[in-house]
Ligand binder design. Structure first.
Ligand code: GLC
Length: 428
């Protein structure tokens, strides 16, 4: 009994007795309907063009890494431009790294000197600009916030990563928790309404007491509507408002740390993915996803009842790579025509498969045929009565037939779309 108590206490159980407010529940509904957001990984690491883990991957000593801020001068950064890119791609929100594992704050903070305002020639709070631009354009803003910190001595005892970085000292864990609370208070006080906080890095110290109870309570006490998510790859903890899945659809596990089916809860879901193969700017990454891959990611996520948070890693000058601006505009074009089958939908009654997913709004079911080589295909175990079926694109009638194997659907090859053939099925 005592043992059990200690092990729970040590893990820093999440916010106790959490009852989400009305504004929080409304925010969750908004979030579920929004379906598509832009993730932005940007920081002094972007200068090195080798991803946001560069400090750990190249074992850059503290004193060497501390030189980076003095080179960070993103004079071409234009918050409005970023927000418009997101908006034109059909995205409804932006989630930006306010502080990543390297411990550098991209916002003005009294809790540390290691910030964009105090340490860079640029000297301006880019998060402030972004918050203003988002507000102007009606795009909601989420803050990514790293729990893990390779720079702060108070991140001690250390975790699994960053242990070969020279120059790290020993410090005080309670001071670190207080530091995070001070920064989160700033983030939730100085930038207007914040749609959510996106925690990351829990996995660095699996048995640590992160004081989530206090941290989550603090966030909800300052902004009750603010949605809390935590990339711990585990079951939801009390106080969290949505569940996130990193580079895997809910229940899938291609990454090796995917959240297994049994750990999926009932809260809104969000899948995050990269537009190429990296989060932070990577000069040599050419694995840009194609239009088809990107649209499929979004459509599949929707078919799993999840949002897609698609990442770009802007360059050190503040610009987003041309290739990525182009890819985003392509998704935007696709959504212009087909957004009705995505926004405001829930996962449809036809279970996702390799070849299709379905989304649904009331009695209208959108079957997204993503891969097909034949003129006919069968949806196994489909028993619901159908009132009508037509192609979403041109309202052309589609022939369907109940068979012993399931619902047979006929679509001549000529009517199929290379990216996504959407069949609108109205149920009785
Ligand atoms: C992982 C990485 C981190 C990245 C995050 C985005 O947790 O450690 O660098 O920010 O994924 O999902």
């Amino acid at each position: 009994m005592t043992l059990l108590f200690f092990s729970i206490a040590k893990k820093g159980i999440a916010q106790t007795n959490y009852i989400p407010t009305k504004s929080n529940l409304e925010a969750r509904h908004w979030f579920e309907d929004a379906k598509f957001g832009l993730f932005i990984h940007w920081g002094v690491y972007s200068i090195l063009g080798d991803g946001e883990w560069v400090m750990n991957n190249q074992n850059i000593p503290i004193d060497a890494y501390e030189k980076l801020p003095s080179f960070f001068n993103p004079i071409e950064f234009n918050a409005e431009e970023w927000v418009k890119i997101a908006k034109n791609s059909g995205m409804k929100y932006i989630t930006i790294t306010t502080r990543h594992h390297d411990g550098f704050s991209l916002f003005d903070s009294k809790a540390t000197d290691y910030t964009i305002v105090k340490k860079t020639p640029y000297g301006k709070d880019v998060i402030k600009d972004l918050a203003k631009a988002c507000e102007k354009e009606g795009i909601k803003l989420f803050f990514y916030y790293s729990l893990l910190d390779w720079h702060n001595d108070d991140y001690f005892p250390r975790g699994k990563t960053g242990n070969s970085i020279a120059g790290r000292k020993e410090g005080d864990w309670n001071a670190y928790i207080n530091f995070m609370k001070a920064q989160l208070t700033e983030l939730l006080t100085n930038y207007g309404d914040i749609a959510g906080v996106w925690f990351d890095g829990d996995w660095d110290k699996k048995d640590e007491n992160w004081h989530y109870d206090e941290i989550y309570e603090l966030i909800h006490s300052i902004q009750p509507q603010c949605l809390i998510g935590n990339n711990h790859h585990e079951a939801l903890k009390t106080g969290e408002d949505f569940q996130m899945f990193e580079r895997d659809l809910p229940g899938e596990n291609k990454t090796g740390f995917g959240t297994s089916e049994s750990l999926i809860g009932r809260l809104p879901r969000e899948v995050c993915a990269t537009i190429n193969g990296s989060w932070g700017f990577n000069l040599q990454d050419k694995k840009h996803k194609t239009k088809k891959e990107l649209v499929h990611y979004l459509v599949r996520a929707s078919g799993f009842g999840s949002n897609l948070l698609l990442n770009v890693g802007p360059m050190p000058n503040g610009k987003i790579q041309e290739e990525h601006i182009y890819s985003l505009s392509e998704i935007g074009n696709w959504l212009q025509t087909n957004g009705e089958t995505i926004y405001g939908t829930k996962a449809g009654i036809i279970a996702p498969s390799k070849d299709w997913v379905s989304t649904q709004k009331g009695k209208v079911l959108y079957l997204h045929l993503l891969e097909n080589k034949a003129n006919t295909f069968v949806i196994p175990e489909f028993k619901a009565a159908i009132k009508s079926a037509e192609l979403f694109a041109n309202k052309k009638k589609i022939t369907t037939k109940q068979t012993k194997d399931g619902l047979l659907i006929e679509i001549p090859k000529a009517d199929q779309n290379k990216i996504d053939t959407i069949i609108e099925i109205t149920l009785e």
